[in-house]
Unconditional design. Sequence first.
Length: 387
Amino acid sequence: MQNFVFENPTKIVFGRGQIKKIGCETAKFGKKVLMVYGQGSVKRSGIYDQVVASLKAADIEIVEFPGVKSNPVLSHALKGIGIARREAVDAVLAVGGGSVIDTAKTIAVGAKTDDDVWDYFVRAKTIQDALPILTVVTISASASEMNPAAVITKEDGARKFSIRSPFIQPKTSILDPAALFTLSPAYSAYSAVDAITHMLEGYFNNREPHSPLQDRLVEGLIKTIMESAEAILKEPADYDARANMMWAATLAFNGLTTAGMGMISLPAHMIEHSLSAIYDIAHGAGLSIVLPGWMFYAVEKDPVKFARLGRKLFGIEDDDNLKAGMEGISRLKEWFSSIGSPVSLGEANIPEEDIEKIAENAHVLAQAWGLRDYTEEIIVDILSLCK
């Protein structure tokens, strides 16, 4: 295990009926909040009313900023930055999933600077400050409610880039599993894929050759997510399944599973960002297409680790590591398909003839992330395994 510093200052308020506490939590940071949310589902589910009632009870002035879409875009965040500055809000409250939270984080950064906020995404400048961020989670997938990262797409050029800074770590996040009851089967499936991919990226792409503790954490969390997703698809209002999924998805990408693993990389996310930026498909759907392809590309480089995953998750008994690893990848791909997530470019109506265009777009992000081994040619090879 390598040296590490683990510090996660986000306060998690978890459980049924806890949304009513968001007003008191927000009041710790001021009296005027920008409330960021999506395109209507929070109102239909009743969560909007719960949040507003709590904020009003705490005498918080609310400035609303709705309209965040899945795969959030920079142009919308820029509008929010303008409102946050004009209204001089004290904090930003995200009510939604990863797209809403990432938009709120972008706004929180932009509201505290005169710089072009995109400069922080392309690493031209370093974040120096941000408004306090709080969240009420309605989709559990990205763990943005408990990590210091955000992703957004600049429509010009279809560039889906990220920022990372302790200044955008949420102060408090409310996680009420009942808020997930109305989540669609598709997004319930995509959430499971996203959380699993977060963990497998670190599981395979790290600098630590001996990691029994972290490996078992990842394998256990993945098993829990798979079991919970299957239960949720049978009964969307299964509270225990939603609770296990919600907490597991948060733990999947809050720094815990990669502590002691050294530098990690996210090549599957790097490639998927181009799919969702260019074609506007759901992030989880893009990951269920890319991850198995990347795994088939990478398995020969580390057959022992891939075989371990296959044996631990699916009970594969083949003594040949490469065969066991390949079988494990196939079984994971089959599981993604069984829960309704696409596993090929064709299923997402992405033409094979676009592979080179996708690779060119992804390579720009590979360079920004320092993934020097991922040339356009290699990305093409990986995408060719996703057909």
